[in-house]
Ligand binder design. Structure first.
Ligand code: FNR
Length: 183
């Protein structure tokens, strides 16, 4: 059976650069892996009362079940105000609860940050890593994946520049080696 790799994109925007990068990355996995885009659109903001009262929204329960079966986690995120967009942080929070039932636990992760700006969403990349430490997600350290000036790396047909695709291949190959070592 193929190993499912969850792809989590920190942008809900139709024309999202992060989504385009995530698609490009997902096309580079060898065939033993199945990249699965996990939809964050319907996840209501986390409210602990709903878990405590035994009435979690259906979307939370489905999300938690979807994450549990994954062999690996790929996070592709833009930066909002030098941090992680709320939609992605909320997904981490929903998956981390109820207390003691953290669905992220131990799954090898990859963090890729994307920005039209020159700072490459460094702040979001590292704020995300901070949460992943607490969630016990071992994360690929090298190569670091900061994708800056993205608007210049992608054309109107969504084709990504060849040298950038070559770098993406290095990222995915390194992540797979890391995942196999840590599974
Ligand atoms: C941004 N943007 C942004 N960019 C950046 O490099 N650092 C930042 O701190 C911010 N802050 C920020 C806040 C908010 C609320 C928005 C909406 C945008 C710009 C951002 O990088 C740009 O809109 C990207 O195109 C968003 O990513 P997607 O949707 O293209 O994946």
């Amino acid at each position: 059976m193929k190993k499912k790799i969850g792809i989590f994109v920190g942008s809900l925007r139709k024309g999202s650069y992060s989504k385009k990068v995530a698609m490009a990355l997902s096309s580079l996995f060898p065939e033993e892996y199945e990249p699965v885009f996990i939809d964050l659109n319907d996840l209501a903001m986390y409210n602990q009362d709903l878990d405590d009262e035994g009435t979690p929204p259906v979307a939370w329960t489905k999300f938690r079940e979807d994450v549990k079966v994954l062999s690996g986690l790929v996070f592709v995120t833009p930066e909002y105000n030098r941090s992680v967009p709320a939609v992605l942080k909320n997904a981490l929070d929903v998956g981390s609860r109820p207390y003691g039932q953290n669905v992220w636990d131990g799954k090898p992760g990859l963090v890729v940050s994307v920005s039209p700006g020159a700072l490459s969403a460094f702040g979001a990349n590292h704020h995300l890593r901070q949460s992943l430490v607490f969630l016990n997600v071992p994360t690929l350290q090298q190569p670091e994946a900061y994708i800056g000036n993205i608007a210049n790396l992608i054309n109107e047909e969504d084709t990504i520049a060849e040298n950038t695709m070559n770098f993406f291949k290095v990222i995915i190959d390194s992540y797979i080696a890391f995942l196999e070592k840590n599974s």
